[in-house]
Design a binder for this molecule. Structure first.
Ligand SMILES: [Zn+2]
Length: 218
């Protein structure tokens, strides 16, 4: 069964296609042409269904690539003072719940802003029994779109589920073997964001890094 809704996000009307399928978990993905796909299991009750759809639309709404400049600037300004470690923790929780629901949390997973790296957005480390996900402090900068942080968290979660610096069973020899991270991210609805991230890395990141180190900002 497919249900179609329309939702205005900033100045654009987005089509939301809701697929009710025989599956175990819900998924949301932002696809091209202003479309959002939501997949939910048939067994949900009416109330659960409404609640899940609302949550998933909310998630997608915050992450659609924005083209309206004024709105973008406002979104940036909003994010400037909200990017704290607590905020980051909630963000990871949300991504985990909505997009990696079957991945078990087998140990304590800490997430923090850390470092000022020119060449990476984040990493995952094992510290004793815990796992630590770190996100580059530079990404706190209000000029950096939030989806960069989301995709960084999701990237590290993929390493976690693949057993790198986590208690999960290691399925591959190397963390990035054969594009395993990208293909997992695409499966989980990050396809459009991966493209945007590549563009961002090429066009925006070098400018940000230059500016950042010129100012000697801390
Ligand atoms: Zn990686």
């Amino acid at each position: 069964m497919i249900q179609i809704l329309e939702e205005k996000i900033f100045n654009t009307v987005w089509t939301i296609k809701i697929f009710t399928e025989k599956r175990n978990s819900s998924r949301v993905s932002i696809v091209e042409n202003q479309t959002i796909h939501i997949r939910i299991p048939t067994y949900l009750t009416r109330e659960e269904r409404i609640k899940t759809i609302k949550e998933l639309i909310g998630w997608a709404k915050e992450r659609v690539p924005i083209s309206d400049k004024k709105e973008t600037i406002e979104a940036y300004q909003r994010s400037n003072d909200t990017r704290t470690d607590e905020w980051l923790e909630k963000r990871l929780e949300q991504i985990w719940e909505l997009l990696f629901p079957e991945v078990k949390k087998l140990n304590n997973v800490k997430v923090i802003f850390k470092g000022k790296w020119k060449k990476k957005f984040g990493h995952i480390k094992k510290i004793k029994e815990d796992s630590e996900i770190a996100v580059n402090n530079i990404l706190k900068d209000a000029n950096i779109p939030e989806y960069i942080i989301d995709i960084t968290l999701a990237h590290e979660l993929v390493h976690y589920m693949h057993g790198f610096n986590s208690p999960h069973k290691k399925e591959h020899k190397h963390p990035h073997a054969g594009g395993i991270v990208s293909s997992e991210l695409k499966k989980r609805g990050f396809g459009v964001m991966i493209k945007k991230e590549k563009e961002f890395l090429k066009k925006e990141w070098p400018k940000i890094i230059n500016e950042y180190y010129k100012q000697g900002s801390s």
